[in-house]
Design a protein around this ligand. Structure first.
Ligand SMILES: *Cc1c(COP(=O)(O)O)cnc(C)c1O
Length: 429
């Protein structure tokens, strides 16, 4: 099941949208399919992946971690070394190149925590496209560092004030914009979900991860027992797993956010939890965390990228078939994994990716030493200092924040910042 059949992966997927968008999606599918068979498009994509994203990303042998855990060899795919710090840029660059090819000069995107917004803003800056990012008002307030980064890249961030003022409302608002402006505008959806052809398209642009891993593992003669990835919407996982889906090996393991516990609103477990149900939302059918009236339940994770209430349809189908095993890691386990890999390997995992790291820590000791496990480190953890610092060193962090507030309210810096804002950038640099 490496590709959808008319947009479906077994019972999941599809294209549940209004008439206006249906035509736009059909046009997109046609353009995408043609681009995938056009050598000049593929060469352009490869060049920008190499020179701008920084591919290929390394496959690191985690030697100390392997020794300490005493089982299978642990390898880490360092996707966090991609420009902008995570795998999301692979999809953003691919879709923006496609938009250019289709003659669309305006890009819109949704973002929750802001990671996809940052990747799309960067891709648009690189490719000379106009960029608008829809983001729930509450998320705008919570995620100022990413809002600031998007604006630095030149994107416009629109705060969405409808509904719960978070990610799902941002998706709805982006869909509305797209329906009204499809002639000029492409909607860069951020994960391997949404209506056909997005799940296929996002997987194809992310599958560069899996293709590199396959080659890197072969070059080193690894006997790979398992691939482990965290699962939010599912784009890093499906791209990592893509070349291996139609084989019986290695084991493919998806790790969801176990959050604080099993209660409703305490996690984002869609494949292994008891309250998950089949539903249709955001234009596709999949497993969602919904109440009896079909409304999204609240979700929670310490990681900003793993708390979406749905999951990509292909992952859901492969989970039901048993090809992908699903498990979850709690906040605490993810935090421990961050510390473990930082101190033993000098590698700082993003909180999302640390869920996969936590599973590998449990799995490695149960497997023989001649086998390998590969973790996809979907992103690096620099972005999470505001999350990890309050946990690991709360007192010092509070002191720092108070001091920063005092300093900024003190006067001189505000003055300088205000005068810089009015200045034109120097032309002769
Ligand atoms: C957004 C994000 C995720 C979750 O998204 P997927 O589509 O499931 O990959 C995982 N890791 C990082 C670093 C992210 O930014």
């Amino acid at each position: 099941m490496s590709y959808s059949q008319n947009g479906f992966f077994d019972r999941y997927g599809g294209k549940y949208v209004a008439e206006v968008l249906s035509n736009t999606l059909a046009e997109l599918k046609k353009a995408f399919t043609e681009a995938l068979h056009d050598d000049s498009f593929l060469r352009e994509l490869e060049t920008i992946q190499r020179d701008y994203i920084g591919r290929e990303t390394p496959l690191l042998f985690a030697e100390t971690a392997t020794k300490l855990l005493g089982g299978a060899q642990i390898y880490i795919k360092l996707e966090g070394l991609a420009n902008t710090g995570a795998h999301k840029i692979n999809n953003a660059i691919g879709q923006c190149l496609l938009a250019k090819r289709m003659g669309k000069k305006r890009i819109i995107a949704e973002t929750g925590a802001g990671q996809h917004g940052v990747a799309t803003a960067a891709a648009c800056a690189k490719l000379g496209l106009d960029c608008t990012v829809y983001m729930g008002e509450i998320d705008v307030r919570r995620q100022q560092p990413n809002v600031a980064t998007m604006e630095l890249y030149g994107a416009k961030v629109r705060a969405v004030t409808s509904g719960s003022r978070t990610l799902k409302d941002a998706v709805n608002e982006a869909m509305r914009d797209w329906a009204a402006n499809a002639d000029t505008t492409h909607y860069v959806l951020g994960s391997a979900l949404g209506p056909e052809p997005f799940p296929d398209m996002v997987r194809e642009f992310q599958s560069v991860i899996g293709r590199e891993v396959e080659r890197q593992a072969k070059e080193r003669g690894l006997d790979v027992a398992a691939l482990v990835a965290c699962v939010g919407g599912g784009s890093n996982a499906i791209g990592f797993f893509a070349p291996f889906i139609d084989r019986s090996e290695p084991r493919l393991i998806g790790v969801e956010a176990g959050g604080k516990g099993d209660g409703i609103g305490q996690n984002a477990v869609r494949m292994t939890g008891s309250v998950s149900r089949e539903g249709i939302m955001h234009g596709y059918k999949s497993q969602f965390l919904l109440d009896e009236d079909g409304q999204a339940l609240s979700t929670y994770s310490i990681s900003a990228g793993l708390d979406y209430c749905g999951i990509g349809p292909q992952l859901a189908a492969l989970g039901k078939r048993g090809r992908i095993e699903f498990t979850s890691a709690r906040d605490k386990e993810a935090l421990e994994a961050v510390r473990f890999f930082a101190q033993k390997e000098g590698v700082l995992f993003a909180m999302e990716s640390a869920h996969a790291g936590a599973e590998a820590i449990k799995l490695a000791p149960t497997l023989p030493k001649d086998k390998a496990i590969i973790i996809n480190m979907s992103g690096r953890g620099d972005k999470d200092l505001f999350i990890t610092s309050p946990v690991f060193r709360k007192k010092e962090w509070l002191t720092f924040l108070h001091a920063e507030t005092d300093r900024l309210e003190g006067g001189t810096e505000i003055h300088e910042a205000a005068s810089m804002k009015g200045e034109e950038p120097a032309q002769n640099l």
